[in-house]
Design a protein around this ligand. Structure first.
Ligand code: SF4
Ligand code: SF4
Length: 110
């Protein structure tokens, strides 16, 4: 059975794997993005599916997930998450933009 330390170690390992894959596969795309001290990430809420990929790659604890009701009242889902950026700790590194599967994160001027 998986215990908490095992899970934490697997999460770290997965974080490294995703980061390496992103760095190599999308380096060119990354170079075109605005980033650095003058930029900050922004989540387009309507595109966010709460998949948690961005929080895995963010080294700076600059992203948090929050609960929000589903847009459709027909479906009953107990947990519906969205991501939001914490402006202060965000370093503008752009990793979350590259990790997001729905292109929900963009870089904007700080
Ligand atoms: S740009 Fe970097 S520091 Fe800012 S939220 Fe995204 S991964 Fe975190
Ligand atoms: S990676 Fe994209 S879709 Fe997934 S939680 Fe983050 S912003 Fe939302």
């Amino acid at each position: 059975m998986t215990d908490i330390p095992d899970l934490a170690a697997r999460r770290k390992k997965e974080q490294r794997r995703i980061r390496m894959a992103m760095n190599s596969l999308r380096a060119e795309e990354r170079a075109k993005l605005k980033g650095g001290d003058d930029a900050v990430a922004w989540v387009k809420e309507e595109l966010c599916i709460g998949c948690d990929q961005c929080t895995i790659v963010c080294d700076d604890d600059a992203i948090e997930l929050y609960d929000t009701p589903l847009a459709s009242p027909i479906m009953k889902v107990e947990v519906n998450k969205k991501a939001r950026i914490l402006r202060e700790p965000c370093t503008g590194c752009k990793l979350c933009v590259l990790a997001c599967p729905t292109d929900a994160i963009i870089m904007i001027d700080r």
